[in-house]
Design a protein around this ligand. Structure first.
Ligand code: G3H
Ligand code: ZN
Length: 325
């Protein structure tokens, strides 16, 4: 089922109350959407698919028209998700910097998304507050949720690149949430965007807890969002959720899964399309049964499905869909 912002709010409220995490998965292609939606459904888990501006540009093709890309990804998500009834997914805009303000408004006003992230974290603090509050005002009129961020998360995520890590200050988090009224709050707590190994990451569980406690104490409890979570260990994710994290973002993990699965396929099946050494083109008979794209693209889909099924079991959202009786 495809969730509107209103339904997605129920998903996050339930997860925060019961202390489990929702896995937010970046997508670009139909095969990624299919594999992930099937994985959430198989585990009766709610989820969130998210598209970056880079994904929208890619989806549109040579025009790089972000509005076209957003329509395409949104339509595919809705059509695929609405086939299923034991779970649901929403669609989110990931890391929309202020230069994508008009795109965010377009997606909200045209019912393409359930939630959006306004990432003005590289602006001055007051300017971040001003822009985020403006997005909240528009989004809430349409029942769409908003995620905001303060602090810098190190690494590269599509068009978002930071060489430095700037941890979120709890007092600033409180002021930001109060003044903007964002629904979800992304904190910089030690994770990195991109290929990372959890064992090499110092995840600041203490900082997650301080932020969560402070927001609760001031009656503005929010779900905390963990970006750059691909490489984290199961235990790191469990600890983060226990202490206030409700949305766990994954992109690189799936990219690695697809690449590895397809690579393994072709290491074995290359002779279905490339003549083995010593065989001339004339004598070579390609094998359609093995080079048909449906035979190898599906390996990537299956790998993504398997990955998300494992992730929702770790985060505790498996069996917890708001669709379950
Ligand atoms: O916004 C998306 C995420 O933070 C994904 O980060 O690619 O390190 O998993 P990741
Ligand atoms: Zn991120």
């Amino acid at each position: 089922m495809f969730y509107s912002g209103k339904e997605l709010k129920k998903v996050f409220d339930k997860a925060k109350k019961e202390r489990y995490g929702i896995i937010a998965s970046n997508v670009v292609f139909d095969n990624a959407i299919r594999g992930l939606v099937q994985g959430y459904e198989a585990q009766k888990s709610d989820g969130l698919l998210q598209m970056s501006a880079g994904a929208m540009k890619y989806a549109a093709g040579s025009t790089k028209n972000v509005e076209v890309g957003a329509q395409l990804i949104s339509s595919m998500t809705k059509i695929i998700a609405n086939q299923y009834k034991n779970s649901g997914v929403g669609l989110h805009i990931d890391h929309a910097t202020p230069n994508y303000f008009d795109l965010v408004v377009y997606c909200i006003e045209n019912g393409l998304v359930s939630s959006v992230m306004i990432d003005a974290s590289h602006e001055e603090f007051e300017e971040n507050i001003r822009i985020s509050a403006e997005v909240v005002k528009i989004a809430h009129k349409h029942g769409v949720l908003v995620e905001g961020e303060i602090g810098y998360i190190k690494g590269a995520e599509d068009e978002i690149v930071s060489d430095t890590q700037l941890y979120t200050k709890p007092e600033e988090a409180l002021e930001y949430v109060k003044k903007t009224n964002v629904d979800l709050f992304a904190a910089s707590v030690g994770t990195n965007h991109g290929v990372t190994k959890g064992s090499k990451v110092t995840l600041r569980i203490d900082l997650i807890k301080q932020i969560d406690d402070l927001l609760i104490k001031n009656n503005v409890e929010r779900g905390i969002v963990l970006h750059g979570a691909s490489g984290l260990t199961a235990q790191q994710q469990i600890d983060a959720i226990k202490n206030g994290v409700v949305k766990i973002n994954k992109d690189t993990r799936y990219q690695m899964e697809i690449a590895e699965a397809v690579c393994r396929y072709w290491l074995k099946e290359a002779d279905s399309i490339i003549p083995p050494n010593g065989i001339s083109d004339d004598d070579f008979q390609p094998d359609k049964k093995r080079f048909d794209p449906r035979k190898w693209i599906v390996k990537g889909e299956d790998a993504m499905q398997k990955a998300v099924e494992e992730l929702v079991q770790i985060s505790g959202s498996a069996g917890n869909s708001i669709m379950s009786k």
